[in-house]
Design a binder for this molecule. Structure first.
Ligand code: D54
Ligand code: ZN
Length: 276
């Protein structure tokens, strides 16, 4: 399992391009038949990607988490960004169309991910955080996720934020998860930027053309750095970091958070004048 240690902001400011990518970028999520799982010590979040040609069981190295199975003391959020498929949770089949989400509660032992058609495979993006309470396993469709419109055309950041797993919707212990879709011609997300000391965040960028990429901006507000992020790659955003992006073309992203609280509006807004 790919383990990512937590990096101090003063250390992060010294890293070169390769080192920044090694610590904060996840390049391979939807490759091969086995699940790609990455364990970060930022709030002990597990980030994963599965692109199944046949049915794939999502198991974890028990030595890493010190439990017999992945969700023994954890919960999981999943969103499909590929072709139609299904997830078997303890043998119960849940159909997963493109953009469908699923919350899987603590205590579920077996999860099998499948595609309806191997030629048009599903791509399951998953986040798992430690959990101490059982909340019901529940599906969230794209239409279920309440849309909030943000930004403006003049700022090239008109976008719709959809919350999938959050305190006013499908409940969880820690995880908050949703999707932000940019309007054609809008390329900026989350500018003006924010950080949130109370939570870490992970971003998955997708729905972009092969030649396009997103400059993802990170770092403390007065020490910004960037990562070049391509289709189906994810970024770890520590609590001390801004997280914003500008694409060379259109894109969509899934954001997810874990930490002290689940209040979406609990952000430390950073004045534009303080960005360096
Ligand atoms: O803390 C919240 C997250 O950064 C995202 O919700 C931001 C986002 O989707 C956006 O502004 O487009
Ligand atoms: Zn944020």
């Amino acid at each position: 399992m790919d383990i990512r240690h937590a990096i101090h902001p003063e250390h992060a400011a010294l890293l070169d391009t390769d080192e920044l990518r090694e610590h904060f970028l996840i390049e391979q999520l939807f490759s091969g038949d086995a699940p790609n799982l990455i364990y970060t010590f930022y709030d002990r979040l597990i980030i994963g990607g599965i692109k199944p040609s046949g049915p794939v069981e999502c198991a974890v190295d028990s030595a890493v988490i010190g439990a017999d199975y992945l969700l023994e003391r954890r919960e999981m959020g999943v969103i499909n960004i590929g072709g139609p498929g299904s997830i078997l949770v303890e043998g119960k089949k849940i159909a997963m169309a493109d953009r469908d989400g699923l919350y899987i509660g603590k205590g579920n032992r077996t999860m099998v991910f499948a595609s309806d058609d191997a030629a048009n495979p599903a791509r399951y993006y998953l986040l798992s955080a430690p959990a101490h309470n059982v909340y019901p396993t529940e599906k969230i469709t794209f239409a279920d996720a309440a849309p909030v419109e943000m930004g403006e055309m003049e700022k090239s950041n008109k976008r719709t934020i959809r919350k999938y797993i959050h305190p006013d919707g499908v409940k969880s212990c820690q995880l908050v998860m949703g999707m932000t879709t940019l309007e054609p011609g809008s390329v900026w997300n989350t500018m003006p930027p924010h950080s949130h000391q109370r939570r870490m965040e992970a971003y998955l960028y997708f729905n972009m053309k092969e030649e396009d990429f997103v400059f993802h901006f990170m770092g403390e507000a007065d020490q910004t750095r960037h990562l070049v992020v391509r289709e189906g790659q994810a970024v770890l955003s520590p609590s001390w970091s801004i997280h914003a992006g500008a694409g060379t073309g259109s894109y969509t992203f899934i954001w997810g958070m874990a930490g002290e609280n689940q209040a979406f509006t609990d952000m430390d807004h950073i004045p534009m004048s303080e960005i360096r």
